[in-house]
Design a protein around this ligand. Sequence first.
Ligand code: FES
Length: 159
Amino acid sequence: MSKLLSETEKTTIIDQNGSRQENILNILLALQEASAGGYVDQETIALVAKKLSTTETKVFEIASFYSMIETKPQAAYVLEVCNSAPCHFTKSDEVSGWLEAELGVKRGEPTSDGLFSFRFTPCVGACDVGPVIKVKDAVYGDLSRDKVKELIQNLKKSK
Ligand code: FES
């Protein structure tokens, strides 16, 4: 997991992503990606508001509106289950059910050890191997219940 970002590092990320209100979603996603807990905290929201000459309330509203932006600390591994149409037809709902059974938590809730959570995500560009799960930059496709179990075991071992 990455370290806490300094204000200078956050400012650099904002600048690299255009530093304008029309780029706010990309800015928030980039800050979330680089953050230690996989979320955008209040301090970061305040900085974005200042840099983009808008209000914290507006930035928070946008962050809360988009399901891919998190405003609370996330599990170490967030398993993103694609539920766009092609994957939906190749059983993304079933994958969600398998994860719920394997991890013992509902979608969006972290496991008690803070290691895993899972959520739906739009297409990750691997439609030909659906159903798929994305974990950080890696995509796992052609999933079966056994493959989902194996993925969880492997992630546990690598921690
Ligand atoms: S629809 Fe699932 S990866 Fe494209």
